[in-house]
Design a protein around this ligand. Structure first.
Ligand code: C2E
Ligand code: MG
Ligand code: MG
Ligand code: MG
Length: 280
């Protein structure tokens, strides 16, 4: 009886593993197809000044329609893109599209910034800085209007090489931002070793404004950001209460479903105040 049970469990697990390997392979194939067919899309999420509701910037978020159809989003496919190395091409594609979109926004009178996510893989990629340099020169985008977001959890311990890449990116004029802050391993006293100009508070801390422990964490992060003179964006703002609480605590910027879900570029353009958009 026990043996039979054991075997069932074993078979169950092998099936699960086989299924997940199949799924990974399927995702890899669809990512390759999306790269060669150029079917990736960017969705944009406004970043808002919590004091007055002005849109100060936006974040570009990658969408892969063929995977989206199956309910698979970037939280699942980005790690697979990272482990297969496809991420390098994907990140460049995203950055290039974000540059094109930025220029479009700017020509319509938008004075804000565009944030893009880059993988921590790029901090080990010797070609990355040069490639961004070429893209900047080609599109003539002012680098300070581009924020590069790096997820804190994936940085773990930044060695000299990784910090050197960050410094080069900063030299080029990009603003560097630590994403999902509070969930990773960045000892607070290590923060000064990163050449970053901003933090994004992870949305897990924002969703529980009624949880005293999480509220304390938000306050600690804001105090820390103040010491290091870092910009702070709260992610995952979904209610008016959260926005009001954050503003009261001195968090200047927010992003979340309260303001807008990620939307296609054209819809984002529509959202900008008419006064800020040139006619046509
Ligand atoms: P992230 O950079 O922290 O992006 C924020 C994620 O939180 C987005 O999910 C966004 O849709 C979601 N979000 C923002 N506000 C709210 C809210 O109020 N409520 C809820 N429920 N969700 C909210 P998304 O688009 O699924 O992206 C997931 C992650 O995938 C991103 O987290 C980022 O780490 C990664 N990612 C997305 N696009 C790219 C890309 O182009 N390149 C790289 N390397 N990573 C990307
Ligand atoms: Mg981000
Ligand atoms: Mg985040
Ligand atoms: Mg995230």
């Amino acid at each position: 009886q026990a043996k039979a049970n054991g075997r069932n469990r074993y078979e169950f697990f092998t099936k699960e593993i086989a299924e997940s390997i199949r799924q990974r392979d399927m995702i890899e194939v669809l990512l390759k197809d999306a790269l060669s067919d150029k079917t990736f899309e960017l969705a944009y999420m406004p970043i808002v000044d919590l004091d007055n509701g002005d849109i100060v910037g936006c974040e570009a978020l990658l969408r892969c329609p063929s995977l989206q159809q199956q309910g698979i989003g970037p939280d699942v496919f980005i790690p697979i893109a990272e482990s297969t190395g496809l991420i390098k091409k994907i990140d460049l594609r995203v950055i290039e599209q974000a540059f094109v979109d930025y220029l479009q926004l700017k020509s319509r009178g938008f004075e804000g910034y565009v944030a893009v996510n880059i993988s921590a893989v790029e901090l080990r990629n010797e070609k990355f800085v040069g490639q961004l340099c070429e893209l900047l020169a080609h599109y003539r985008v002012p680098a300070h209007k581009i924020h590069l977001e790096l997820t804190e959890t994936r940085l773990i311990s930044p060695d000299q090489d990784a910090v050197a890449v960050l410094e080069d990116l900063q030299q080029l004029g990009f603003q560097l931002v630590l994403d999902d802050f509070g969930t990773g391993y960045t000892a607070f006293n290590q923060l000064m070793h990163y050449p970053v100009s901003g933090l994004k508070i992870d949305r897990s801390f924002i969703g529980y404004c009624d949880n005293p422990q999480k509220v304390k964490m938000v306050e600690i992060i804001l105090a820390l950001a103040n010491v290091y003179e870092l910009n702070v964006v709260a992610e995952g703002v979904e209610t008016q209460e959260q926005a009001a609480y954050l503003a009261e605590q001195g968090c200047q910027y927010g992003q979340g479903y309260l303001f807008s879900k990620p939307i296609p570029f054209d819809d984002f353009c529509q959202k900008l105040e008419p006064g800020k958009l040139a006619a046509g």
